[in-house]
Design a protein around this ligand. Sequence first.
Ligand code: GLP
Length: 266
Amino acid sequence: MKLIITKKDLGQWAASYIARAKKQAQKPHFVLGLPTGGTVEGMYAQLAKLTQAGEMTFQDAVTFNMDEYVGLPPEHDQSYHYYMKHHLFDHVDAKPENVHILNGQAQDLDAECRAYENAIAQAGGIDLFLGGVGRNGHLAFNEPGSAFDSRTRVMHLTPSTIEANARFFGNDPAKVPTRALTVGIGTVLGAKELLFLASGKAKAQAVARLSQGEITPQWPITALKTHPNATLLVDEEAASLLTGEAQARLEEAKRTNPDGDWVIEL
Ligand code: GLP
């Protein structure tokens, strides 16, 4: 995998990358995996801007969101349905029938997850899966211990994730749903390409795990290392705890190219 450390705005970087990847693919339908979270808000703002400027279109895009809380109605302002509408779909030209978000209110949650996997397969798989990273290294809502071949399913959230997400629920952990539907790590790894983003000190420990060699379900982020075409884009703070050779390579890259971006193969 590639770790890219940039001084540039992560959202802008990612949005131009996505627009370019979509153009280059020249497919009748480009299939995107989409995340939520604070880290990717800027990316969505930039994608909306590019779309309004005519440099990007969602008309021929098919999208699959990563996850959704169990029990929140779509109009709840912390549901991921609401997040996506507010941050992206209200501002771009996506066709509603091509937008997929897990239904956390489904009567039969397991059937909902199975149908989601089928829909991804029917769309021909995901071309580019975008994502963020949890403080504990989770991907989507795949908490530590999730198998690398896991598929879409119900997940019980860890205290660490509930604590981290409480800021969106009036700082009250008791208001955070305890379960979510999430694509599996296997679902993510099935995509042709991955672009994940992490920013700030809170993610530095998870990012540092990538420099420590071990690939383990205890740190879901390390699954990125098993994918043939994965990139993690981070800011300097998120890269501040790298160790060993990765850290040495970053120092060297900074010396030879002070303005960045700095690319490290892991
Ligand atoms: C949630 C989402 C993840 C996201 C994570 C980090 O737990 N399910 O997909 O990566 O939050 O969010 P933030 O970017 O706000 O730190």
